[in-house]
Design a protein around this ligand. Structure first.
Ligand code: HEM
Length: 468
């Protein structure tokens, strides 16, 4: 090795414990906060170990960007992500690697391209109208609401409709099973990926058994949708030309490529449900968390919506959503301060040197991506919620502004293919809420906790609504 290079053993390490190393400290509900605190303690690149196994932790934006861009050849997602999801019967674009990933990625990116997102508009409008109706009832009843749970309903309805054209309608009906099942799956993926020993393979706890039931129920349902969609497509050449949802698009592709199995179709539909729901609902929730504390920003979003929609309750065209520039700035600012995927786990596929750091093949890298987004060097008054910084010439005082530091949607070839759809959903919900309701926190801001279960969500974000 070149002597000017640093190797992982040369890196600093936060204080750990004998034998277990950093395992117990890391084994917390707020893993992202543990990593953030370690960055404060020892700097932006360091090592930790769990039961003797070393891990590289990087909050350095340049190193992280290089890693993200060097996929799929030099780096891949942490191998356990694929292992755990495959064990759960899910092989889709998020966990596939190599040639399989390329195939899945092409199909997914195609199904979520700008043209298709435009065609999803009527679904988004219908769900936003439903959210309006639901919240009107809450406002009338003066009922306090848990924002995060509400927003999950909104994104579940949108995502299931876009994924397989099925209207679960959790916004208007109570007790939908899909949502109950999906809620069990996310935290289990997170805890299994970071578990030092796969105990569930030997003894199943109550939660493991519940997970099996949830997975089986979702799998049965999706396979039922697959059969129904195949029957629809069978004699309908128009539908084969213009599939109306993600599942139909995948099945059309499957006809051209019989190697693409039903299990892979299932895996990718399931992946869209997993990747598209909590990420978006949590991002909307955090945006509302800041809006509730910044009445002047709330008012500006409302005025923009009034100007763009006129007398309607929510946006009535894709073009109107595109006009909501200030609302988009508000969403970006909330995602800067509260990225719902603050950590990404990667693995080196070969020996790699980045800057002066030698990363041996097989090394697991825990990326902490929030640090760059909230660093004073990149964003003036970095800890403050100032949406104006995202508007060209919007805030002359905030001179440091480095949008390229944003990693809320990842970076490189595996950058989130759902970004356009997610931003569209966020803008639709936020503009409708600000236009039609007054919103006030029913708890103190410090009582709202960051909980990390694969994505990071606000626990205890309760608000009171007023109508306008
Ligand atoms: C605000 C909402 C969202 C956030 C913050 C978010 C964030 C992310 C991040 C950080 C990644 C990893 C990127 C990387 O490795 O570089 C990712 C991947 C992915 N996201 Fe999103 N996402 C959101 C919404 C969505 C939506 C709505 C969909 C689809 C309906 C979606 C589908 C995916 C898929 C399929 C991947 C895997 C891509 C691959 O591995 O090639 N996401 N997302």
């Amino acid at each position: 090795m070149d002597t000017s290079q640093r190797n992982i053993n040369d890196l600093p390490s936060p204080k750990g414990q004998p034998i277990v190393g950093h395992l117990l400290q890391f084994n917390s509900e707020a893993k992202h906060t543990v990593l953030e605190n370690w960055v404060k303690e020892v700097g932006d690149v360091f090592r930790i170990n769990m039961l003797g196994k070393p891990f590289l932790v990087s909050a350095n934006p340049d190193i992280n960007l290089e890693i993200l861009k060097s996929r799929p050849d030099k780096f891949q997602r942490f191998f356990k992500i694929n292992e755990i999801l495959t064990e759960m019967g899910v092989v889709g674009v998020f966990n596939a690697e190599g040639e399989q990933w390329k195939q899945h990625r092409e199909l997914t990116a195609e199904a979520l391209n700008v043209k298709n997102v435009r065609s999803f508009f009527s679904t988004l409008q219908m769900m936003t109208e439903r959210l309006y109706g639901r919240w009107c009832a809450f406002a009338k009843a003066k009922k306090e609401i848990d924002v995060q749970k509400e927003m999950v309903r909104y994104t579940v309805d949108i995502t299931t409709s876009i994924a397989f054209g099925y209207d679960v309608n959790t916004l208007e009906k109570e007790g939908d099973v899909i949502q109950d099942h999906m809620e069990k799956i996310f935290p289990m993926i997170n805890s299994r990926i970071t578990a030092p020993i796969p105990i569930w393979r030997l003894i199943k706890s109550k939660k493991d058994k519940e997970l099996d039931v949830a997975l089986k129920a979702i799998e049965d349902l999706v396979h039922q949708f697959i059969e129904e969609a195949k029957a629809r497509l069978h004699d309908n050449s128009e539908l084969q030309e213009n599939p109306t949802n993600f599942l139909e698009a995948l099945l059309v592709e499957q006809k051209k490529n019989p190697d693409f199995t039903d299990q892979e179709v299932f895996g990718n539909v399931f992946t869209i449900l997993l990747a598209g729901e909590d990420t978006t609902s949590n991002s909307i929730s955090w945006t509302l968390f800041y809006l509730a504390q910044h009445p002047e920003v709330y008012q500006k979003v409302r005025e923009e919506a009034q100007q763009v929609f006129g007398s309607t309750r929510c946006a009535t065209s894709h073009e109107q959503v595109a006009e909501l520039k200030y609302t988009e700035a508000v969403c970006m600012e909330a995602m800067r301060l509260k990225p719902v995927t603050p950590n990404l786990y990667m693995q080196a596929k070969e020996d790699v040197v980045i800057q002066d750091l030698a990363i041996p093949k097989g090394t697991t890298i825990m990326m902490q991506n929030k640090v760059g987004q909230t660093d004073e060097a990149h964003f003036t008054d970095a800890d403050q919620f100032i949406p104006e910084r995202w508007i060209a010439n919007g805030c002359p005082h905030h001179t440091a502004h480095s949008p390229q530091m944003m990693r809320a949607f990842g970076a490189g070839p595996r950058f989130c293919p759902g970004r356009n759809l997610a931003i569209q959903e966020m803008k639709m919900a936020i503009s409708m809420i600000c236009k039609n309701f007054d919103l006030e926190l029913a708890v103190k801001p410090e009582e709202v906790k960051e909980i990390f279960t694969f994505t990071m969500f606000p626990e205890g974000l309760v608000v009171k609504l007023g109508g306008v």
